[in-house]
Design a protein around this ligand. Structure first.
Ligand code: NAD
Length: 284
């Protein structure tokens, strides 16, 4: 048999394997992860870098620390990692970031909307500007990135949209009105996107973690102490882990592993879902 025929058979076998979900590769694809300079977003970036994916990372923080992280991700992935420090509470900045990603990589194959903020206060004392900020970042930014990413995904006939939602997309807690509203909203947005893109090889899903030990959780402890008149230990055990039956914080790696699964061919028929990674919180 001629060498070219043998190569052709090898290629066909690989394509057949890929169609059946094994030997799936994400190498060469591009992922944009909002809020990936810290916490869960950084864990997504590391998990996707390990698959050789090009990355667009985003978020705030110390410029030197971010550059060190960017270089480490590039070394890990062997692919290109672009940092965009755009403020995602502003529509014009989101548009600029998506344009930059398109200029460099052609488009975004995997979009992870993850940037988020929290503020803890009773409704009647909730500062209006905090409400606007949280709705803009935790909800509206996901609409804008999605509307700008979908045309390329449709063209490619492949795409993955993953939202870091929250157990608060399914249930509420007192003093978190803006956050709970935004997270319930993103669950609805995701279902709508899933229906609109279902025949284009695109999936859209929420991952809904319970309490994950990250700066976002650490930073809300002082406000919760104030709002509830509690000590730090009481907030940790009686508020944060009170509703989490496993009595353990979820790890960022566990959330990232769920995202990686959603990117695989094995998950091609999971769309419009809201996947809880919450130690049993919302089972109650
Ligand atoms: P984090 O504070 O570690 O990370 C938040 C990221 O968002 C950072 O990179 C930050 O720089 C970025 N960011 C903040 N404001 C921004 C802006 N205006 N523009 C662009 N980026 C901005 O928090 P985390 O815990 O990793 O949270 C990530 C996501 O996970 C959030 O959407 C959060 O609601 C969700 N979540 C967290 C938990 C938890 O327990 N930590 C649980 C459920 C859901």
């Amino acid at each position: 048999m001629a060498l070219s025929q043998i190569s052709l058979i090898a290629v066909q076998r690989n394509l057949a394997r890929n169609r059946h979900g094994d030997h799936m590769t994400l190498k060469g694809k591009t992922a944009l992860i909002t809020g990936s300079t810290s916490g869960i977003g950084l864990a997504y970036a590391k998990a996707l870098a390990a698959e050789g994916v090009n990355l667009v990372i985003n978020g705030f923080g110390d410029a030197e620390a971010i550059e060190r992280e960017r270089q480490a991700l590039e070394a890990q992935s062997g692919a290109r990692v672009l940092y965009c420090g755009h403020d995602l509470t502003r529509t014009d900045q989101i548009e600029a970031m998506m344009q930059e990603a398109a200029n460099i990589f052609g488009g975004v194959d995997i979009l992870i909307n993850n940037a988020g903020l929290q503020h803890v206060a009773p409704v009647e004392e909730f500062p209006a500007e905090k409400w606007n900020l949280i709705i803009a970042l935790n909800l509206s930014s996901a609409f804008h990135t999605s509307r700008l990413a979908i045309p390329y995904m449709k063209q490619q006939k492949w795409g993955r949209i993953i939202q870091t939602a929250s157990a608060h997309s399914l249930t509420a807690s007192p003093f978190k009105s803006a956050y709970v509203t935004a997270k319930h909203g993103i669950a609805g947005l995701t279902k709508t996107i899933a229906l609109e893109t279902a025949t284009f090889g695109i999936t859209a899903n929420c991952i809904s973690p319970g309490y994950v030990w990250t700066p976002l959780v650490e930073n809300q402890i002082p406000d919760t102490m104030k709002a509830r008149g509690m000590t730090r230990e009481q907030v940790m055990n009686d508020v944060l882990l009170a509703g989490q039956p496993t009595k353990q914080f979820v790890t960022v790696e566990q959330v990232a592993a769920t995202a990686l699964f959603l990117c695989s061919d094995a998950a091609a028929n999971i769309t419009g879902a809201n996947i809880s990674v919450d130690g049993g919180w919302t089972a109650q």
